[in-house]
Design a protein around this ligand. Structure first.
Ligand code: SF4
Length: 279
């Protein structure tokens, strides 16, 4: 981490940022009951800014939490060419956190199955998820923590609307399809801008996610740029959109499964009054 001891202004900025990330993470944990007494939380660490920040903030909260829970960091080494294997173990040894490095050659599987030139991220993520879920079971983890933040959640909402015809996103808490695994996203309320600034100040040893040679999901980048431009043109819009995700009004959408539009009836009283007025 950068030495801020001689820089009071930067130190103040850092403390403010850390406090904000801590407060928002703590709030999300409470709002969604993400972590409970006795939980063994498996923190998935990719080597990107988000997962480093999540680990830091969770350990920070753990130190003062009124409940007792343990943390175990897990990195999945997918055997991409050039993956710097030593970086995460060195970092985790230095900060003194329990960890596992799980080795699964998903890279070769993806290369074998996906035709040349096609995007590999879909299959790669599915294989990663499967490996991590399986490993969580092996080590008896009761929660699987992922480092997605508020902006990831909003981008996913728009991606699903634009390309999937669905009003859905990544929830802060999710039960896997087989009902076995509970996935949590403790940074769900945190802004990417804050996480980036925090990670820069901490000078984490970042491992880039382009070692596989695949391009980052292009549509996600387009949506990210769109949201950032909106925020620039209309400050506060991102906050408002995220608040909207927590304020859903099914009777003012158009999903017959969520709201019984067909069975919607005027109340007898109101109907009679209306008749009297119009007589
Ligand atoms: S960029 Fe590479 S490592 Fe990351 S999800 Fe896509 S295929 Fe997997």
């Amino acid at each position: 981490m950068m030495d801020l001891s001689n820089k009071p202004k930067e130190k103040l900025e850092f403390n403010k940022l850390q406090k904000r990330l801590r407060r928002l993470t703590g709030q999300a944990i409470v709002d969604f009951n993400m972590i409970e007494e006795g939980d063994r939380v498996m923190v998935c660490l990719s080597g990107g800014k988000d997962s480093y920040t999540m680990l830091d903030i969770l350990r920070n909260l753990q130190a003062s939490a009124p409940i007792d829970f343990s943390i175990i960091a897990v990195n999945l080494d997918q055997k991409q060419p050039g993956f710097p294997e030593h970086v995460l173990p060195a970092y985790l040894d230095e900060i003194g956190v329990d960890y596992h490095i799980l080795e699964r050659d998903t890279y070769s599987i993806v290369k074998e199955i996906v035709p040349e030139g096609k995007t590999t991220c879909g299959l790669c993520s599915r294989l990663r998820r499967g490996s991590l879920y399986g490993f969580a079971e092996e080590i008896g983890a009761t929660k699987i923590a992922l480092g997605h933040h508020r902006d990831d959640i909003l981008e996913t909402l728009f991606l699903n609307m634009f390309f999937g015809g669905k009003l859905k996103s990544m929830p802060p808490k999710l039960l896997s399809d087989d009902g076995k695994h509970m996935v949590i996203r403790p940074l769900a309320y945190c802004k990417e801008k804050d996480i980036q600034a925090f990670a820069d100040m901490k000078a984490y040893p970042i491992i880039p996610c382009n070692l596989c040679g695949s391009q980052e999901n292009l549509q996600r980048q387009v949506v990210k740029d769109m949201l950032q431009q909106w925020e620039k043109d209309y400050p506060g819009r991102t906050d408002s959109m995220f608040t909207a995700m927590q304020n859903v009004v099914p009777s003012h959408l158009a999903d017959n499964e969520l709201f019984d539009f067909k069975g919607l009836k005027q109340s007898e009283d109101a109907f009679n009054k209306l008749n009297i007025i119009s007589l």
